[in-house]
Design a protein around this ligand. Structure first.
Ligand SMILES: Nc1ncnc2c1ncn2[C@@H]1O[C@H](COP(=O)(O)OP(=O)(O)OP(=O)(O)O)[C@@H](O)[C@H]1O
Ligand SMILES: O=P(O)(O)OC[C@H]1O[C@H](OP(=O)(O)OP(=O)(O)O)[C@H](O)[C@@H]1O
Ligand SMILES: [Mg+2]
Length: 296
């Protein structure tokens, strides 16, 4: 394979992960020129290019060295790792916090479910034979895996399977097909996939830079700055209520020695209920602000 000096990232061309993945890369400061075929986007500024493909192809493209990194569902990455010889060379570098769903086993609504052994001898339809096979082995279940590329939910009604193993998010598709969720096989979200070892050349350095920016972007996205005034006596109680247990910074209030201004960087969002609890503990003039950039 010809060596490259530019990093190449694969992402889904058109689907659930496309927009959030584009947004994440833009937040990392990457800009791309759209080419006419829209399958290859040349990166402006940083030496990072984008390849737009079917999500199923992303792990294989990384394993073959066509791309260095990819944004793909954990379900797709792990299935590849289990079913391809080259899969062990790949790893999940970062969870990305979007595209949340789960791969679950579901049964017809009228079938009660209590334990995995119930699935002995059953035919289970899925597009994820690797992940389902692993779960069945781990639970000592001897079932028949029926491979289907799509429309898995219809298999029990057609009589081609007794149960299914497919992606679930809201559960609406299961309900529409008179199925009930029985067991979760994998909790999934979009991840950054790459080779376990980053390339040792310039591409490795660019990848490291990108990972650092990505960590910053994820931390900022999941952080809120909270500001409030509080009596010193209430500080312990209020600090315990701050999401993510941050260490707050305190500022003395002129002319009011028993009062402080508290500032803290909270992990995750701050709910109305948490604010009301803090108010009851003595806080006032509370402000919750999004964070735009952060550099330690
Ligand atoms: N209902 C859902 N809610 C949230 N995330 C989901 C849902 N279904 C799938 N996902 C996640 O989004 C990924 C992409 O889903 P999508 O339906 O866009 O893929 P696809 O139809 O296989 O697209 P492609 O044309 O690229 O093969 C899945 O692999 C999974 O990780
Ligand atoms: O639990 P829910 O919120 O109903 O989501 C689950 C459904 O979403 C996905 O299909 P999608 O809508 O992407 O259709 P496709 O697989 O035909 O592309 C998945 O394959 C399930 O069928
Ligand atoms: Mg696909």
């Amino acid at each position: 394979m010809k060596s490259r000096d530019r990093l190449r990232i694969a992402m889904q061309k058109s689907g659930r992960l496309t927009e959030p993945a584009q947004d994440l890369l833009a937040r990392c400061g990457l800009k791309f020129r759209q080419s006419r075929d829209k399958l290859f986007c040349f990166g402006e500024g940083e030496p990072v290019d984008l390849l737009l493909v079917r999500d199923d192809d992303i792990p294989g493209l990384i394993a073959e060295g066509v791309c260095d990194l990819g944004i793909v569902g954990r379900n797709v990455l792990r299935e590849f790792q289990l079913t391809n010889g080259t899969g062990s060379e790949l790893s999940e570098l970062r969870p990305l916090g979007f595209g949340h769903c789960r791969l679950s086993i579901a049964l017809p609504q009228e079938d009660a479910y209590s334990e995995p052994s119930q699935l002995h001898g059953q035919r289970i339809a899925t597009s994820y034979p690797g992940l389902l096979g692993e779960w069945l082995r781990a639970h000592g279940v001897d079932a028949r895996v029926v491979m289907l590329a799509g429309s898995v939910e219809i298999a029990p009604r057609l009589g081609t399977a007794d149960a299914i193993c497919d992606l679930v998010s809201s559960g609406a598709t299961l309900v529409a097909n008179q199925l009930r969720e029985a067991a979760v096989v994998v909790e999934s979200e979009a991840v950054l996939a790459g080779r376990a070892e980053l390339p040792l050349d310039e591409r490795g350095e660019i990848a490291e830079l990108l990972l650092r920016r990505l960590d910053g972007v994820i931390q900022v996205r999941d952080s809120r700055l909270i500001l409030m005034q509080a009596p010193r006596a209430a500080l312990d109680a209020i600090t315990r209520l701050l999401p993510g247990a941050p260490v707050p910074t305190l500022t003395q209030v002129d002319g009011a020695p028993d009062q402080v201004v508290l500032q803290a960087l909270c992990a995750g969002s701050v709910s109305w209920r948490q604010l009301e609890d803090m108010k009851r503990a003595g806080a006032r003039d509370m402000l919750v602000l999004p964070v735009e950039k952060m550099l330690a």
